[in-house]
Design a binder for this molecule. Structure first.
Ligand code: ADP
Ligand code: CIR
Length: 343
């Protein structure tokens, strides 16, 4: 393998951190699952517009390619490498009121975490048999969920196009064909082994074998962040009795994209901010101060529509789950305050 020919379009954290010296050190490294440097950087090479540009193919990737992954992790999460990651899923520790008591701005709230099974390679390196085994084990665990969390599993392969499109348009289901995933091997054998579990109200959902083996989601209309967080933590406690998730002291919950390490938590609101939307420098200065990310309303890499934005916490590692949610709340309050001044 030769040092990659980066162009001016390659602006990812991978491109800026893969120096000739790092390349020389890592070019012959192979993990126990056979993963190479070319594998982990392929998505960023083929997609010059990547922000991050790397995927871990197995937990060992983080260790074996540490001189590439570590600076990317520190820069994305503002993470000090000497910090030990800690967990706090106690809703009583949130310092939150209703940020939008008149339901004027917040359309809906969603909090998700990513999880992968400890004994499996991550999605990019998983075999078809292992992926099917993840699906079986997860569905078995989910059928034990109780009360309002109990629901049904729908395999993607058995789903009509009509149902699929409706679930995607309603923000419940993931889309097919992501080109970043494609280059990371995450779309192999699609749609086999993939699917969605949800309760009757679609307030508790689990995606199986998308970017991570599990995406555990709590969501509902309106801005009651505490209720959404509490539902998620209850579900996590139940699921952890049946499934063994991949976790390390330094990196927290292990995910294939380094942006999801640690809590693996993205807490978001869909929020109407039409006036701030006309002043993007001001909007972005607030999101930067409060460690937030702006996405379109059909998820990552989608467009903004009708003055509604997806606003979420950006950091996930080196801070607790409670702090992730607190980041969202503090930032959303600041955004609403500024929007009112502009009205
Ligand atoms: P992820 O959250 O898993 O990183 P995406 O950004 O692709 O992935 O979003 C997944 C889906 O969740 C998309 O359909 C998106 O519109 C939906 N979504 C995200 N946040 C919210 C929210 N607060 N309310 C409703 N839907 C949401
Ligand atoms: C990228 O590198 O841009 C894609 N692989 C997605 C990275 C995670 N998303 C994000 O932080 N916006």
């Amino acid at each position: 393998m030769k040092y990659p020919e980066f162009t001016k379009q390659h602006q990812s954290l991978m491109a800026s951190n893969l120096t000739q010296a790092v390349f020389t050190q890592l070019q012959d490294v192979v993990t126990t699952n056979g993963v190479t440097l070319n594998d982990v950087i392929n998505s960023g090479l083929l997609n010059p517009d990547s922000d991050i540009g790397v995927y871990a193919w197995d937990t060992e990737s983080y260790q074996d390619f540490a001189s590439l992954f570590n600076p990317i992790i520190s820069q994305y999460h503002e993470f000090n490498e000497n910090t030990l990651h800690t967990t706090n899923l106690n809703p009583d520790n949130l310092n939150i009121n209703d940020p939008d008591p008149n339901n004027k701005y917040i359309v809906s709230t969603r909090i998700r975490v990513g999880r992968n099974l400890a004994e499996m390679p991550l999605g990019p390196a998983i075999t078809k048999a292992q992926r099917d085994e993840v699906e079986t084990q997860t569905v078995t665990a989910l059928t034990k969920m109780t009360g309002s969390l109990s629901g049904q599993y729908f395999a993607l392969s058995g789903m009509s196009d009509e149902v699929k499109t409706q679930l995607i348009n309603d923000h419940f289901l993931f889309k097919a064909g992501d080109r970043f995933f494609e280059a990371a091997g995450l779309n192999r054998d699609w749609p086999e082994g993939r699917g969605i579990y949800h309760n009757n109200d679609k307030t508790f959902l689990v995606w199986i074998n998308e970017e991570d083996q599990l995406r555990i989601i709590s969501m509902q209309a309106g801005g009651n962040i505490t209720e959404v967080f509490t539902r998620l933590t209850t579900a996590l406690t139940e699921l952890e009795q049946h499934l063994n998730f991949s976790f390390t002291q330094r990196l927290g919950y292990i995910s294939s994209c380094p942006t999801n390490l640690g809590t693996a938590m993205r807490a978001s609101v869909h929020i109407k901010l039409p006036y701030l939307g006309k002043n993007m420098p001001l909007f972005k200065s607030i999101t930067k101060t409060y460690h937030l990310q702006i996405r379109g309303i059909h998820g990552e890499h989608s467009a903004i529509e009708g003055g509604v934005y997806d606003i979420s916490n950006r950091r996930r590692l080196g801070i607790t789950e409670v702090e992730c949610v607190q980041d969202l709340y503090n930032g959303v309050l600041a955004l609403i305050t500024q929007e009112k001044l502009l009205e």
